[in-house]
Design a protein around this ligand. Structure first.
Ligand SMILES: *[C@@H]1O[C@H](CO)[C@@H](O)[C@H](O)[C@H]1NC(C)=O
Ligand SMILES: *[C@@H]1O[C@H](CO)[C@@H](O)[C@H](O)[C@H]1NC(C)=O
Ligand SMILES: *[C@@H]1O[C@H](CO)[C@@H](O)[C@H](O)[C@H]1NC(C)=O
Length: 273
């Protein structure tokens, strides 16, 4: 399946950018996860849905929203979330859809109000999140694959002081958990001591992880409390870090400006230096 998809992507790349075929093929390293629409390769009505843009300079690290993406504690994915309420096939002048989904769906951010009710009452919602934390230099690091993120693991990663944004790639990416419909409680995340170590010993304010929660399933609530109490740290959850080289990038995450919501879907990209 994979080689077929790859050749489809390449064909599309050639069709779209015939003069820069070599550069374009490098821009489509490997389509992962859900299907690329590549049934009619040379048809310009088929959208290209790349994972990278600009010859690989810009990497999309948000997951696509689709009914089979995993949802918290659901065996069946997020399910239907889009409804075409007015359709051109029905004589409307335009197609018009509505959507309904949890603000913690797919790649998303948590606001302090997620686990502190008085913070939500006070307005610490998705619209209050600091765009300076969510945009700037970031480090992509690999977490040892045989462990959750403990204090010991945090110490061993040797993340220098001054680093404010870190995306932690874990076993979750190797296991392709974000491409599996059924929610899996055995995902890797922070344990309480790892979260506390990060708060006490680093300058990290953006904490990116590659499954739906920054905290392990076992330490779910206490770990969120540790991260969100100071109202400075922003967890970015459900990132797509497949095929991204570890190292320094510029990260750009823009949540929706949702007043009163304790989280928001977010589009995140990495730009190579
Ligand atoms: C089209 O119109 C019919 C009749 O009003 C309705 O039953 C159907 O749901 C509509 N379909 C869409 C996609 O709007
Ligand atoms: C409008 O929606 C129909 C499905 O009812 C779809 O086939 C068509 O491509 C859509 N048109 C546009 C312009 O998106
Ligand atoms: C991480 O913790 C979860 C429980 O929250 C556990 O199921 C899983 O096996 C742990 N993963 C590793 C790699 O230790």
């Amino acid at each position: 399946m994979a080689p077929l998809l790859l050749s489809c992507a390449l064909l599309l790349a050639h069709a779209m950018f015939p003069l820069t075929a070599a550069a374009s093929s490098a821009a489509y390293p490997q389509p992962y996860g859900i299907d690329q629409p590549c049934t009619a390769a040379a048809d310009d009505h088929v959208p290209v849905r790349p994972e990278v843009y600009g010859g690989g300079r810009i990497i999309d690290i948000s997951h696509r929203y689709h009914p089979d993406m995993p949802a918290w504690e659901s065996p069946n994915g997020i399910g239907r979330f889009l409804w075409l309420t007015r359709s051109m096939k029905n004589g409307s002048v335009a197609n018009f859809s509505e959507m309904k989904l949890s603000v913690h769906t797919g790649t998303h951010v948590d606001a302090p109000g997620h686990v502190f009710d008085h913070y939500l009452d006070a307005g610490f919602d998705a619209a209050s999140l600091d765009l300076d934390v969510l945009n700037g230099d970031a480090l992509v690091v690999d977490v040892p694959r045989d462990t959750n993120i403990t204090a010991e693991v945090m110490k061993s990663l040797n993340i220098p002081k001054g680093v404010r944004r870190v995306l932690f790639r874990t076993l979750n990416t190797d296991r392709g958990l974000m491409y599996k419909k059924a929610f899996d409680t055995s995902y890797v995340g922070f344990m309480n001591d790892g979260a506390q170590w990060l708060v006490d010993n680093t300058d990290i304010k953006l904490v990116g992880v590659d499954y739906l929660s920054v905290a392990t399933f076992d330490d779910l609530l206490p770990c969120h409390l540790i991260f969100l109490e100071g109202r400075e740290i922003i967890p970015v959850e459900g990132l797509k870090l497949d095929g991204v080289e570890a190292g320094i990038y510029s990260v750009h995450c823009l949540p929706l400006r949702l007043v009163g919501a304790e989280g928001s879907p977010v589009r995140c990209i990495l730009i190579k230096p």
